[in-house]
Ligand binder design. Structure first.
Ligand code: PNS
Length: 167
């Protein structure tokens, strides 16, 4: 399938409604999006790479313009291997800016052909992060409305297992 392809990279531990919003917005601009799940995030992940990928695949099941792949190593190498130079990232607030700015310029330094496109999610997701979702879930708070239902179910199950393991 041809058309403009963009990579949307991240840890997605787990994917939130903010990420889903960015993917949907991205599809208004790009023909295809590869959601690139980082294999070994520095932080000890709550979900395995396969679990993180499976949740995203479930959410976009039947949408062949969204593909889910995992990657390790440099993002610019992964993008090149997928034959695209377009990276999409979400910007929630000014606090995201410095890290994203550094990352975009480092990627450009590594490969001058790479272009990073920033998209703003719906303002109702501007406070939302995977970290916060993990924390709320681990303390027994509700995550409905913050993550897709498939993720909420997995989170509840994972938190129960971790609690049981501690007792
Ligand atoms: O969801 P995150 O954790 O903010 O995503 C960060 C990610 C995966 C985009 C970033 O860590 C990344 O691109 N890692 C791959 C390694 C790399 O290319 N590093 C050089 C650019 S800073």
């Amino acid at each position: 399938m041809m058309g403009r392809l963009a990579i949307y990279p991240g840890s997605f531990d787990p994917i939130t409604n903010g990420h889903v919003d960015i993917i949907e917005r991205g599809l208004m601009v790009f023909d295809r999006i590869i959601v690139a799940v980082l294999e070994n995030p520095k932080k000890d992940p709550l979900f395995t790479t396969k679990e993180r990928m499976r949740m995203i695949q479930d959410i976009f099941a039947g949408q062949k313009e969204v593909e889910v792949r995992s990657f390790d190593g440099l993002l610019v190498d992964f993008a090149r291997a997928q034959r695209t130079n377009i990276v999409v990232r979400g910007l929630r607030a000014i606090s995201d800016f410095e890290y994203e700015f550094q990352m975009a310029l480092m990627n450009r330094n590594l490969d001058p052909g790479i272009e990073t496109f920033f998209m703003m999610p719906n303002v109702k997701y501007s406070f939302l992060s995977s970290n916060m979702v993990r924390e709320v879930a681990s303390l027994g708070g509700p995550v409905e409305g913050l993550v897709p239902e498939v993720v909420a179910r997995k989170l509840r199950a994972r938190v129960k297992i971790r609690k049981r393991a501690k007792t």
